[in-house]
Design a binder for this molecule. Structure first.
Ligand code: NAD
Length: 267
């Protein structure tokens, strides 16, 4: 992808799933990648090994950094940014990927559980974006942010109220920051995965019956992969997408196309 070689990137929550795939893909494209993890050091090391090996195979000489930080903690975020900028002297892109979800009927959600999801998915993403934008402005060169949202940015998800709110908010955060900083050449976009095969979906990914039920609701007939999400992220941060800002790109096999309308069911 054009314009990625030698760029520096931070990927939050890069020890598994979509974040891991994005970090590996960016390395393959020639980026130096900071692999953030909260508690799974082994997962982050797997990301690093695979990132270095793919970069080498593609002929790129890249560096990686593994940085522990809990994105719900502002001091951790500042330390993450400081570490990356002190090491590489510059930051070109931030991928806000870290995310969690909990399932509870909305009237029974404990306040602390609600706060936890918002603090990671929405507040954490905003604080990472805030720190990254400060760095972009200080460098006086364009930077790019990708927020990993969800189809639940627009599809209501009963029993996942905090998750739905967080991703809905992420959509507005994407558009607001994109508008505010366009004049500085900073682009902000989101990718919105549909059902994707990652650890967050362990309950249905490993159960053939449940997986078939999930696939049934997707027009393309199957769940997406982390690599498909990573390909879209790589495109949006690249110089192939220099005129795209403020968008959420749905990568969902058609899940947001109202699958129930595949066949007419009303006169
Ligand atoms: P995942 O559980 O593999 O990835 C989430 C990552 O976030 C993990 O590595 C986890 O350690 C990290 N994380 C959680 N809390 C953190 C914190 N406080 N600080 C730093 N890192 C933290 O699942 P995934 O599917 O790869 O999820 C990645 C993103 O994609 C999430 O934002 C999720 O909401 C979004 N998403 C996933 C799907 C899907 O079907 N898998 C669909 C839509 C959106």
């Amino acid at each position: 992808m054009k314009g990625l070689k030698g760029k520096t990137a931070i990927v939050t929550g890069a020890s598994s799933g979509i974040g891991q795939a994005i970090a590996i893909r960016l390395a393959q494209e020639g980026c130096h990648v900071a692999i953030n993890y909260r508690s799974d050091l082994e997962g982050a090391q797997t990301t690093e090994t695979e990132a270095l090996s793919r970069a080498k195979a593609a002929g790129h000489d890249i560096q990686t950094l593994i940085v522990q930080a809990d994105v719900s903690q502002v001091d951790d975020i500042i330390a993450l940014m400081t570490k990356v900028c002190e090491t590489w002297g510059t930051l070109d892109m931030l991928i806000n990927n870290a995310g969690i979800q909990t399932e509870t009927p909305s009237h029974e959600v404990a306040t602390d559980d609600f706060d936890k999801v918002i603090d990671v998915n929405l507040r954490g993403s905003y604080l990472c974006a805030r720190e990254a934008i400060q760095q972009f402005l200080q460098q006086a060169k364009p930077g790019v942010i990708i927020n990993v949202s969800s189809v639940h940015e627009v599809i209501p998800r009963p029993q996942y109220i905090s998750y739905s709110i967080s991703k809905g908010g992420m959509g507005n955060m994407t558009r607001t920051l994109a508008l505010e900083y366009a004049k500085s050449g900073i682009r902000v976009n989101a990718i919105a995965p549909g059902a994707t095969i990652t650890p967050i979906n362990q309950d249905w990914v490993e159960d053939p019956e449940k997986k078939a039920e999930v696939n049934k609701h997707i027009p393309m007939g199957r769940a997406g992969t982390s690599e498909e999400m990573a390909a879209a992220a790589a495109f949006l941060v690249s110089e192939e997408a220099t005129d795209i800002t403020g968008h959420t790109l749905y990568i969902d096999g058609g899940l947001t196309l109202y699958a129930d309308f595949r066949e007419p069911w009303s006169a």
